[in-house]
Design a protein around this ligand. Structure first.
Ligand code: SAM
Length: 712
């Protein structure tokens, strides 16, 4: 019968793991929040390459430790201890960037990770492969002398002050449209093209004159300028582009999409400024001069003459890909200009000449990372920041009207280039394997936070890479990194101690549509070596991803059912989830229960940077994940509790708030919905009923804005 009793049934009477009875939500949330500010520095192995929606290492350390420890273990008291959970096996069926794997291995357990996406499998393999720093440095030095000079040649300009050639850090471009009468209009919404990230503090900005295209330095908010070069008077805050439209000089307004080139190519571009690096280290803005245009033309010409390993993959239709296809980005190589294609192609060709396969793949991974910051979808973040806003800052594929062209090889003052990412991503990740550390919050006598310190709490991550479950058992420390649909795992029944994962959230990230950007470069060069790189693109029909929550639930349930098969009877399946809509939670209800699990506990913890989930980025961000702890249905002992899910949710929220953690109304909804899954998952209910039940309960403790979102 579809009713939920007022006095609800809570968690199992006889927990078999520490994760079921208590979880240090406050301490782990504080730590997770600290980690999230600089994830790529605090957990560099999971940031060796772009992946979307990576989870926090400290949160997953606590979950994994709890899932492998007996009941009543004080997870927080032992968080910074060295553990050796040898003999335990942890599975992540949605491994992404490998967060669960790394945390399980650091605890001394063995880990199995599987992902359907070939880019994920490739990057996780690279992340956990040890290659001595000296070997990588030697390979880098060889590239530096063989191919770097040819690349650097295309990133230089003449300093008007000295007449010497100096390196270019960034080229500033804007898209252009051509009206039916032949007028070429730049798609600039402002003529201020570079300002500080904190302009009120540092108001100096760079402005381009729309008449003579010379550069002017003035305040970022100035509204009237007379160009010192041509005396043209204009308002730098008003460019011809406005939202989806552009204004021609006669005042006629056009829809930008109506002015796409008739031959099916993307819009044209105009190079108008550069930022270069003077010999004394000063960064200087320069207007693009004929010599700079000629250098680009030379790159264009050379690209035609060279035979380079460039992508040929078409951009397939899809949710995100249509954002780019709508502007005639029909092939992945269209995402790059000719100079980028030439320099990236030359770099890739040189990497492919590295004979040592392990070293070559590390460099390939670094090369692929570099792509994210070197394409026409990047833009300028502003001075005083990392400068380059990479193409996936919003998990979408929206063409950039004012692309920033970074330099592929880079200088010591660059960011997002091959040479700087070598140090900041690749070597940092390798060092983490040797000395994996945890962040520890420092406090003063009053308990207030006073910074962080790094504490080494694990043995070096020196593990064998194995291909079969038997080999996994045979090795002391080992990881098995798989590619494939986790609904069919090459793992025996009841052989895994815990499943710890972070599934896709049905309408959030369209992983394979985005990963095709990298796959287009990697697949042609790795297909001979790895069968899973031989596909037409990085998608697979088994991918859990659907905008219909019921379909999503069925897809997820297939994988959870496989997890149930391989999980030991007293083990837990623990996964993170958040969603602003009731139907997202109803989908989880269906996936869990149809796979034969019940939810026995739900712990709210800090998830990502506030506002980092794009769909809720603005007013009411979700920054809490619920950690849902599930057990096989037959294993759950039931007991009655006096507390309702609403009471439990209120108590959890006040625990977080009284520690100073800011809980938004969307967060409150996440806490409540996850608590409701505990009693709901004990019963056979239909999707609609679960949705209604969650919405009904939300009326009691969730503010109106989040209630409204839940109903959408
Ligand atoms: C939310 S991400 C995991 C992120 C990960 N927790 C991290 O920290 O990087 C979900 C992953 O599930 C993968 N995936 C989707 N369907 C799958 C399936 N049927 N089998 C295996 N992996 C799948 C996606 O490719 C994606 O990498």
């Amino acid at each position: 019968m579809n009713t939920v009793p007022d006095t609800i049934i809570l968690a199992a009477d006889c927990p078999t793991t520490a994760l079921e009875d208590n979880f240090p939500i406050v301490q782990i949330s504080e730590l997770g929040e600290q980690e999230s500010w600089r994830k790529e520095i605090n957990r560099p192995i999971y940031h060796i390459h772009k992946w979307w929606a990576t989870r926090l290492g400290s949160v997953f350390r606590a979950i994994t430790f709890g899932a492998l420890s007996p009941p009543r273990t004080d997870i927080w008291a032992q968080f910074y201890e060295r553990h050796n959970l040898a003999g335990k096996v942890v599975l992540d069926p949605f491994m992404g960037s490998g967060t669960t794997l790394g945390e399980a291995l650091k605890l001394g357990a063995k880990a199995i990770g599987s992902d359907i996406n070939p880019v994920s499998t490739f990057l996780v393999r690279q992340a956990f492969t040890r290659v001595p720093e000296s070997t990588l440095r030697a390979a880098f030095a060889r590239l530096d002398s063989s191919v770097a000079p040819a690349i650097r040649r295309y990133y230089q300009t003449r300093d008007p002050k000295t007449g010497n050639l100096i390196p270019v850090l960034y080229f500033f471009w804007c898209k252009t449209v051509t009206t039916p009468s032949g007028e070429v209009i730049p798609l600039l919404s402002r003529y201020v093209f570079a300002q500080d990230a904190y302009p009120k503090k540092k108001p100096r900005a760079q402005i381009v004159c729309p008449h003579c295209w010379e550069l002017i330095e003035d305040r970022y908010d100035t509204t009237a300028i007379s160009c010192p070069h041509c005396a043209h008077r204009f308002n730098p805050q008003e460019g011809p582009a406005e939202s989806q439209h552009v204004r021609a000089s006669g005042g006629v307004r056009y829809r930008i999409k109506d002015l796409l080139p008739a031959d099916g190519s993307p819009l044209g571009h105009r190079l108008y400024a550069l930022m270069a690096l003077r010999e004394d280290g000063e960064k200087v803005y320069l207007v693009a001069r004929p010599e700079d245009h000629a250098l680009f033309a030379e790159a264009e010409e050379r690209l035609q003459a060279e035979s380079l390993p460039l992508p040929t993959l078409a951009v397939r239709p899809g949710h995100n890909t249509d954002q780019a296809r709508g502007y005639n980005y029909l092939h992945w190589r269209d995402f790059f200009n000719s100079r980028q294609l030439l320099c990236l192609g030359m770099l890739l060709r040189a990497i492919l000449e590295i004979e040592d396969e392990a070293v070559q793949e590390q460099m390939l991974c670094l090369f692929s990372s570099t792509l994210e910051f070197n394409n026409l979808f990047c833009s300028f973040k502003g001075e005083g920041t990392g400068a380059v806003r990479h193409m996936f800052s919003n998990h979408i594929l929206k063409p950039e009207r004012t692309p920033l062209e970074n330099s592929v090889w880079g200088t010591a003052k660059s960011s997002g280039t091959f040479s700087t990412l070598f140090e900041s991503r690749l070597l940092r990740a390798k060092r983490y394997l040797d000395e994996p550390f945890e962040l520890e919050l420092q406090r003063d006598l009053t308990g207030a936070k006073r910074g962080t310190r790094k504490t080494v709490a694990s043995a070096p991550l020196d593990v064998a890479h194995v291909a079969t479950y038997d080999d996994l058992l045979a090795c002391d420390r080992a990881v098995m990194i798989l590619n494939g649909d986790s609904a069919r795992l090459p793992v025996p029944d009841t052989s895994v101690d815990a499943v710890v994962t972070d599934p896709p959230y049905f309408d959030f990230v369209h992983y394979s549509e985005l990963s095709d950007f990298f796959f287009a470069w990697l697949s042609p060069v790795l297909a001979q070596r790895y069968p899973w790189m031989q596909r037409p693109d990085s998608s697979d029909k088994g991918e859990v991803q659907h905008k219909d929550p019921r379909v999503f639930a069925r897809q997820l349930s297939r994988v959870f059912a496989e997890c149930r098969r391989v999980l030991k009877d007293n083990g837990v399946l623990a996964f993170s989830f958040h969603h602003s809509r009731a139907e997202g939670w109803a989908a989880i209800y269906e996936a869990v229960t149809n796979a034969g699990f019940e939810v026995v506990a739900a712990h709210p913890v800090h998830a990502e940077l506030r506002g980092a989930s794009p769909k809720n980025a603005t007013k009411n961000p979700i920054s809490i994940d619920a950690i849902l702890v599930c057990k096989k249905r037959t294993m759950v002992e039931q007991r009655l509790s006096e507390k309702t899910a609403v009471d439990e949710a209120e108590e959890l929220v006040s625990r977080l708030e009284s520690s100073g953690y800011r809980v938004s109304s969307s967060d409150r909804f996440v806490v409540l919905a996850s608590q409701l899954l505990i009693p709901l998952s004990r019963q056979e209910l239909d999707f609609e009923f679960v949705c209604n039940e969650i919405q009904r309960a939300a009326q009691q403790i969730v503010p109106a804005d989040a209630q409204k979102a839940a109903r959408r």
